[in-house]
Write a protein that binds this ligand. Structure first.
Ligand code: 3EB
Length: 348
């Protein structure tokens, strides 16, 4: 069924990835200085540079997505992409322009303009590639929690993502990708990378949470357009993408100021998504300890308690990448995303 094609995730240091080779890499993201170690390699695949520090001794880490074949790479507008069979990986970075909106148009902030440019290029790339569906998208937004132009920057991002989606005839609820939206270093570019597929994913919501695209207006003029999880493929080969997940029940933050309790609540949310995905696909639920996780920690002083909670829930074998990043609500200390199933196969 898969004609030899598969999707596989690895978190690697640059030296480890040298030994594995690059021939079947569809795309990758480099955290912190990870990209430095790759410079001069003449890499063919798109590489997102995420300006978020890694919170471990391994400073330079790569998130590598392999497709098992030799991908065709190219660019469309500002997007660098690679395709292999049904799969497409893309990456785009946009600096916030100094200029204001064009005269006569409704005024937009520099971040809104950058978000609009990025998302229009993402959608144009998909349209030119035969319209694969967005399955998973990662958004890294510099200074995500600052207020400028009378609105928090995360909310500016949501406004522009929503409006660009509508303008390009894309969904803003229901069939929307799994996503993460995190902070990144001041003055870094808005950095987005994504996976799309010609096979439509299943879109999963969390029964414990209000869908993000139905959040009430108190969280911003436009709701965030993402699904709580998506599942690509079927059976043993299926990959489960869990969106950035936090200590939110209904639409409210729980355990403000208590990073340990936030971590536990987030794991309950992730378990609810594992059960909901299993129910939808008539399979057994994946076990928490078999997933690969990216853990975003707002304040590095909370890392020990967050790590202790995760190790007690997952044991010491789980794949965990800790990053320092601001989270999209001021009262959240931690946010966790995960990948499970065939796309993430722990070695050993
Ligand atoms: C939340 O549950 C936390 O705006 O794309 C998580 C994942 C969050 C993705 C996004 C936001 C986004 O509302 C925030």
């Amino acid at each position: 069924m898969s004609s030899g094609q598969f999707l596989r995730l690895e978190y690697l240091t640059p030296s480890e990835s040298h030994s594995e080779g690059w021939h079947d890499v569809l795309g990758a993201a480099a955290f912190d200085g990870g990209a430095r170690a790759l410079r001069g390699n003449g890499l063919e695949f798109p590489l997102a540079h995420v300006h978020a520090p890694v919170l471990s001794d391994l400073r330079d880490v790569l998130e590598v997505w392999r497709s098992g074949g030799r991908a065709q790479s190219g660019s469309h507008g500002r997007v660098r992409y690679a395709r292999d069979g049904d799969l497409l990986f893309g990456s785009v970075a946009v600096n916030e322009a100094e200029r204001a909106s064009p005269p006569g148009s409704s005024p937009r902030t520099p971040l809104e303009i950058a978000t609009d440019l990025a998302y229009r290029d993402v959608f144009a790339t998909l349209a030119a590639a035969g319209d694969p569906q967005l399955v998973r998208i990662w958004n890294y937004i510099p200074d995500i929690n600052s207020d400028t132009h009378g609105l928090e920057r995360y909310r500016q991002f949501n406004t522009a993502r929503h409006e660009a989606s509508i303008a390009c005839g894309r969904a803003v609820a229901g069939s929307v990708p799994a996503a993460s939206a995190l902070g990144a270093a001041t003055s870094s570019p808005l950095t987005i990378y994504f996976l799309a597929s010609r096979r439509a994913p299943a879109f999963i919501e969390n029964p414990r949470q209000v869908s993000a695209y139905r959040y009430p207006a108190q969280y911003g003029p436009r709701s965030p357009a993402f699904s709580r999880a998506t599942v690509l493929g079927e059976g043993r080969e299926a990959t489960l993408f869990i969106s950035g997940t936090a200590s939110i029940v209904g639409h409210r933050t729980l355990h403000a100021g208590d990073p340990a309790a936030q971590t536990r609540e987030t794991l309950v949310n992730i378990e609810a998504l594992l059960e909901e995905s299993a129910r939808r696909s008539h399979t057994q639920a994946l076990r928490l300890e078999t997933l690969a996780y990216k853990v975003y920690v707002r304040d590095p002083k909370d890392l020990p308690v967050i790590r202790a909670e995760l190790e007690s829930a997952l044991g010491h074998g789980a794949a965990l990448l800790y990053l320092k990043a601001d989270v999209c609500r001021q009262d959240l200390s931690v946010e966790i995303e995960a990948v499970g199933g065939g796309g993430w196969q722990p070695v050993d």
